[in-house]
Design a protein around this ligand. Sequence first.
Ligand code: CTP
Ligand code: CA
Length: 226
Amino acid sequence: LRFFDLSTCLKGKKALVTAGGTQEPIDPVRYLGNRSSGRMGYAVAQALQEAGAETILVSAPTDLPVPQGVTRVSVQTALQMRDEVLARFTDVDIIVKAAAVADYRPAVQAEQKIKKDGSGRTLELVPNPDILAELGQKKTAQVLIGFAAETENLLANAQGKMQRKNVDLLVANDVTKEGAGFGSPTNIVSFLFPDGRKIDFPQMSKLEVARHLVKEIVNLLGMNVK
Ligand code: CTP
Ligand code: CA
């Protein structure tokens, strides 16, 4: 059993957290979005900051206040998020990618509001870069944490993502469960590790999940304190 002083254990460390759902513009008044509230990522930023880490939150649009002591960088699209993350990535020790990044964006953004004409319409999409996978390729000493939101085959899908993206810890959640996932103040998660370890947590607040995550981050950094 180990005890952590959660107010100082990450002193001197720098953390980068992404949060929220990216918005991919279709025209000046419309976008493609998703149901992410940003709450999980904001809770992680708060918990890291409370543990003493200098914390930057690269955030897609949300209604949430910035946690005290955290610096927020606001973005709208996946491409903007990628730029802001890559610009800071070599400078940080911890990266937590809680954002719901749009996998696709409209191939073109109309300059004027698209008018209806009574006929059907097809929206052409192109893939966005996978920011987490890119970080997994580039990482050196950083601790890299990913999230996986699934609606089926939770473990198999999450394990695949962990390997593909080369993360040190993957937080898996079944977003179809009551009390978990998008918009909920609580979450039901499992932590998966590349060595096959798995920790299942009961339903708890997103801030409690975030604090458990901070403990694991401390372990992964090899900064265990008795
Ligand atoms: N992610 C990312 N960039 C993307 C898509 C996802 O950085 N373009 C990150 C998310 O922030 C999250 C993790 O990858 O930490 C998993 O996201 P998820 O949407 O669950 O997985 P995908 O790999 O996009 O697979 P799919 O949506 O097909 O399940
Ligand atoms: Ca995705």
